[in-house]
Design a protein around this ligand. Structure first.
Ligand code: ADP
Length: 634
C-alpha cells in the first residue's frame, strides 16, 4: 500500500480540535495514556502467546521503551505487544466505534476544559491526548504473527495518512514530534517523574533511552510490582487512586478499597474497589463490567463477569489466582469450581465490607447507597443465599426520616412500638406521595413508623423479602394489613363503630358499588382514614398498583386488578352524599360524585384516572358551581 490520505470521522475531528486548541492543562497525562495502551497491548500479546507461543517469534522479553531524540525533537513510546493491522489502526484510531466520543464531548461541555485531559482517558479516547504535546504523531506498528508493518501519521488536522512500512518486529512505536512548548518531555528527570507518578505499577518494565550516559544499561524506571501483590499496608492512597483510574477510567477516587489474600483450599489475591459515583451506563446491558482476572500475574481477561454477581457490578478490581491453569479459556470460566469458590469469597467479603462501612462510616455509606443502592437491591430477588446480609444493607426513607434514605431495617425493628407486629411500608413513586398518602393516616395517628419504598426495584424486594428478624413486612395500602394490637376494649369499640357506620351507609355503598362495578370489587367503610374521603386498598396477593404501572411501562401484559374502595364515613363529603342519597336516591349528581371519588383515590396512589378529560370537566364544573354559590377556598 502506498501512502493514502484518509479523513477522520467527524467526531474524531471534534476531539482532535479540542485537544489541539483547548486542552493545555496537565499535558503530561499523554504519557500515562500511551504507556497504558502499550501495557494493554503487551498483556494481550502475553495472553495470546499462552495458546500460540509462535507469535512471540522467540522474543518474550516484554518491555516498553521510551526513547528521546533531541535532535529530531521526538519522544517515542514503543512496545512489543500485539500491534495492529492496517484495518485495526483505522478502526481504533481513525474512527471511534463506541459512543465514547459523543459522551466525552458532552462531559467536556458540562465539566469545563480544565477537566478535559482527565476526561480523555475516561472515555477511551486516550490516544488523542498525544496531540496536546505533539504537532505530529506517527504510529509504526506490526501485528504479532503478521509479516509487515504499517505507518499511520497525522498532524491532528482533518486527515491522517496510512502506508506500508518497514518494521522488523511485532509491536507499536508511537512517535510524538514535540511542540515548542513541550520540550520538558525530553528531559529524563521529567519523564521519570511522570512514570513514577502514574505508571509505577505497570507490570512490564519501562526502559528509558534519552541518549544520555546515565540511561545506558539502566534498569526499568517503574517498580513493576503489581499493586495487588503488595502487602496491604504497603500501598498508599495515591497508588490506589492511580491504579483505580487505570482500570476503571474513572476520574474520581475509590470510596472503599478491599484488598486481601485468600489462603487455604483456594488461593488468590483480590483488590476490589467500590467507586463513589455511578457510571452513566450502570443500567445498560452492554456495559463493560467484571473484574480483571489474572492467573499468576498474566492477564486472562479484563472483564471476568463470572467473579461477581450482576448486583455487585459496580465493583472494579483485580483477582489473581494461582489455582487456575494459565491456559484457561474464557469459556471454561463460566463453569469452573475455582471461579465459583473465589466468587463466593468475594461476595461475602464485599457484603461484609459494605456492612462495616454502613456501621462505622455512615456518611460514606450514604454516598455509596445513593449511587448503587438500587443495583444492590437486585440481589434480594437474585441471590437468596445472601438475603439476610443484603437486607441489612438496605436503607429507606420513612415517616421518621423524610429527608434522606437513612433508616435500616435493624434500626426500624429496634424502635418498633410495643404491640406492633409488622414492619410497615408504603410503596409509592416518591417520598412526597408516600408521605401524603391517605393510607398513612391511621399509622401516623398511632405513631407507627412507616418505610417508604420509592425505587421501582423495591417491588421485587418486597416480593422476595417477607420478613426481617422474624417480623413480617406489611404494605400499608393492603386491605388486610394488621393495624397493630389494641386492647380488647378499644378493638370492640372500633369494630362497633365500623359496623354501625356500615349499616348506616349500606344503601349508599351499594349504590356506589353498582356504579363502579367495572372498576372495584367492593366499596366499604374504612378504619384507616382520618382526614381523606377515600382510598383504594389491595386485596390478598394482588399486585401493587405501582407494580402494575411498571409492568405496563415495560409492555408486559397485566390483567386489570380490581381493588377495594374504602370511604371515610366521618368525612363531610360522605355525610353530604348520604344526605342527598337519602333525599333522592335517583339524584343524577350522585353518579358524578361517586366517579370523582374513585378517580381521586386513583390519583393519590399515582394511577391516572381512566378518562382524565372527563375527570377535569367534572372538576371544572364543580368549581364553577362552588364559586357561583359564593365558595371562596377549598
Ligand atoms: P482506549 O485505550 O481507552 O481504548 P485509546 O484512544 O487510547 O482508547 O486507544 C484506542 C485503541 O487503539 C485501543 O483500544 C487499542 O485497540 C488501540 N491501541 C492504542 N495504542 C495501542 C498500542 N500501543 N498497541 C496496540 N493497540 C493500540
Amino acid at each position: 500500500m502506498t501512502e493514502q490520505k484518509h479523513k477522520f470521522k467527524a467526531e474524531v475531528q471534534q476531539i482532535l480540535d479540542l485537544v489541539v486548541h483547548s486542552l493545555y492543562s496537565k499535558k503530561e497525562i499523554f504519557l500515562r495514556e500511551l504507556i497504558s495502551n502499550a501495557s494493554d497491548a503487551i498483556e494481550r500479546a502475553q495472553f495470546e502467546a499462552l495458546t500460540d507461543p509462535s507469535i512471540t517469534g522467540g522474543d518474550a522479553e516484554w518491555k516498553i521503551r521510551i526513547v528521546v531524540d533531541r535532535d529530531a525533537r521526538t519522544l517515542t513510546v514503543s512496545d512489543n505487544g500485539t500491534g495492529m493491522t492496517a484495518g485495526e489502526i483505522e478502526s481504533n484510531i481513525g474512527t471511534i466505534a463506541s459512543s465514547g466520543t459523543r459522551r466525552f464531548l458532552e462531559a467536556m461541555k458540562k465539566e469545563g476544559k480544565q477537566a478535559g485531559p482527565e476526561l480523555i482517558g475516561q472515555f477511551g479516547v486516550g490516544f488523542y491526548s498525544a496531540f496536546m504535546a505533539a504537532d505530529r504523531v506517527t504510529v509504526l506498528t506490526r501485528k504479532a504473527g503478521g509479516d509487515k508493518g504499517v505507518k499511520w501519521s497525522s498532524d491532528g488536522g482533518a486527515t491522517y495518512s496510512l502506508e506500508d512500512a518497514e518494521k522488523p518486529a511485532r509491536g507499536t512505536d508511537v512517535t510524538l514530534h514535540l511542540r515548542e512548548d513541550a520540550s520538558e518531555f525530553m528531559e529524563p528527570w521529567r519523564i521519570r517523574e511522570i512514570v513514577k507518578r502514574y505508571s509505577d505499577y505497570i507490570a512490564t518494565p519501562i526502559l528509558l533511552d534519552t541518549g544520555a550516559k546515565d540511561d545506558a544499561g539502566a534498569g526499568p524506571i517503574n517498580s513493576m510490582k503489581s499493586i495487588w501483590r503488595k502487602a496491604r499496608d504497603k500501598v498508599n492512597d495515591e497508588e490506589h487512586a492511580e491504579f483505580y483510574r487505570h482500570i476503571t477510567h474513572d476520574t474520581g477516587k475509590p470510596l472503599r478499597v478491599i484488598h486481601y489474600a485468600a489462603e487455604g483450599a483456594t488461593e488468590f489475591r483480590a483488590l476490589v474497589y467500590i467507586p463513589e459515583k455511578a457510571p452513566f451506563d450502570l443500567f445498560m446491558p452492554a456495559r463493560r463490567s467484571g473484574l480483571h482476572l489474572y492467573v499468576r500475574n498474566v492477564l486472562i481477561t479484563p472483564e471476568c463477569r463470572e467473579l461477581l454477581p450482576e448486583y455487585l457490578r459496580f465493583a472494579a478490581g483485580v483477582v489473581d489466582s494461582s489455582d487456575l491453569p494459565l491456559n484457561v479459556s474464557r469459556e471454561m470460566l463460566q463453569d469452573n469450581a475455582t471461579i465459583r469458590r473465589i466468587r463466593k469469597s468475594l461476595v461475602g467479603k464485599v457484603l461484609s465490607e459494605l456492612n462495616d462501612m454502613k456501621e462505622k462510616d455512615r456518611a460514606s455509606y450514604a454516598k455509596f447507597y445513593a449511587a448503587f443502592g438500587a443495583v444492590l437491591k437486585e440481589g434480594i430477588p437474585s441471590d437468596p443465599d445472601n438475603t439476610g446480609k443484603l437486607a441489612d444493607l438496605l436503607l429507606f426513607h420513612s415517616t421518621f426520616a423524610l429527608d434522606s434514605a437513612s433508616v435500616s431495617l435493624r434500626e426500624y425493628a429496634g424502635r418498633m412500638k410495643p404491640g406492633q407486629k409488622a414492619i410497615y411500608y408504603m410503596p409509592a413513586d416518591s417520598v412526597e406521595s408516600a408521605a401524603g398518602s391517605p393510607h398513612m393516616e391511621i399509622f401516623k395517628k398511632r405513631g407507627f413508623e412507616v418505610l417508604f419504598m420509592t425505587d421501582p426495584v423495591d417491588e421485587w424486594v418486597t416480593m422476595h423479602l417477607d420478613e426481617y428478624d422474624g417480623k413480617p413486612l406489611a404494605a400499608v395500602n393492603r386491605g388486610d394489613v394488621e393495624l397493630g394490637e389494641e386492647d380488647a376494649e378499644e378493638k370492640k369499640k372500633r369494630e362497633e363503630e365500623r359496623d354501625g357506620a356500615a349499616g348506616e351507609f349500606r344503601a349508599l355503598l351499594d349504590f356506589m358499588r353498582a356504579e363502579l362495578q367495572d372498576d372495584v370489587q367492593a366499596v366499604r367503610v374504612s378504619e384507616r382514614l382520618t382526614d381523606s374521603a377515600a382510598c383504594l386498598v389491595g386485596d390478598g396477593n394482588a399486585p401493587d398498583p405501582r407494580l402494575e404501572r411498571i409492568m405496563r411501562a415495560m409492555n408486559r401484559d397485566m390483567p386489570p386488578v380490581k381493588r377495594i374502595l374504602e370511604v371515610n364515613p366521618k368525612h363531610q363529603l360522605l355525610s353530604a352524599m348520604k344526605a342527598r342519597f337519602d333525599a333522592d336516591p335517583k339524584d343524577l349528581s350522585l353518579k358524578d360524585y361517586t366517579r370523582m371519588l374513585y378517580d381521586q383515590a386513583l390519583l393519590v396512589e399515582g394511577t391516572p384516572p381512566k378518562d382524565p378529560s372527563a375527570f377535569a370537566k367534572r372538576i371544572a364544573s364543580l368549581m364553577a358551581d362552588a364559586m357561583a354559590a359564593g365558595g371562596k377556598s377549598i
